[in-house]
Design a protein around this ligand. Structure first.
Ligand code: ATP
Length: 192
């Protein structure tokens, strides 16, 4: 799985539609302090559903929308789109929010849920809150992680986290079905 390009429009300091092509090998983003380098990483965290405003250095949900500068008026919405290349081909994911409270996620330009995006990337090591984005100070966090946290990291890397999640869902369904069955048995008993 490879990130091919990043498209940002109206997100934080990106007033104008901006597209970065990510070529193979190592890519570095350079620029003066405060020019928006970390905002690119914030955009990537945000698209994977980052709910913690602190992690993307914003005070509120709307805070990620470009709030105007001397040259440009504030934007009405923020949009980020990532294009990936996998063995199966090229696909994209996108997230957009507007000031009036609308919010959407897309996979290949079709309306989707955050859950769909998370499932798509489960086991790949890409996404929020995992090792694909190593923020400032996070190396310390791995070094001092509890055995439980380290295990979660290894499970994600090994691709087994996806099965753990499915097992949890299946067990939930099983419990609900057992409850229905027991209710049915009661009804049958009462009728009989
Ligand atoms: P450093 O090298 O100091 O870490 P950086 O290049 O990583 O800086 P960022 O922290 O990504 O820079 O960008 C900070 C800039 O983004 C600030 O100038 C800030 O005003 C701007 N910014 C953040 N949110 C918004 C917003 N909603 N609208 C407009 N500009 C914003």
């Amino acid at each position: 799985l490879r990130l091919n390009s990043v498209y940002i429009k109206g997100f934080k300091s990106f007033a104008m539609p901006t597209r970065f092509e990510v070529s193979s090998g190592m890519t570095a983003v350079v620029g003066p302090n405060g020019s928006g380098k970390s905002n690119v990483v914030d955009a990537i965290r945000w698209i994977f559903g980052e709910q913690s405003m602190k992690n993307i250095r914003a005070d509120s949900r709307e805070d990620v929308i470009f709030n105007g500068s001397e040259r440009f008026p504030p934007s009405n919405s923020a949009e980020v789109k990532l294009v990936f290349e996998s063995e199966e081909g090229i696909f994209s994911i996108a997230r957009e929010i507007s000031r009036d409270g609308q919010s959407s996620y897309k996979v290949n330009d079709k309306q989707s849920r955050l859950k769909d995006i998370k499932e798509l990337f489960q086991g790949t090591g890409v996404g929020m809150d995992i090792y694909s984005i190593v923020g400032q100070g996070q190396v310390d966090k791995v070094v001092t992680a509890s055995p439980y946290e380290l295990r979660a990291l290894i499970e994600e890397a090994a691709g087994t986290a996806v099965y753990k999640e499915r097992k949890k869902e299946a067990l939930g369904k099983l419990a609900a079905t057992e409850e229905n069955l027991s209710r049915l048995e009661d009804i049958i008993f009462e009728l009989g």
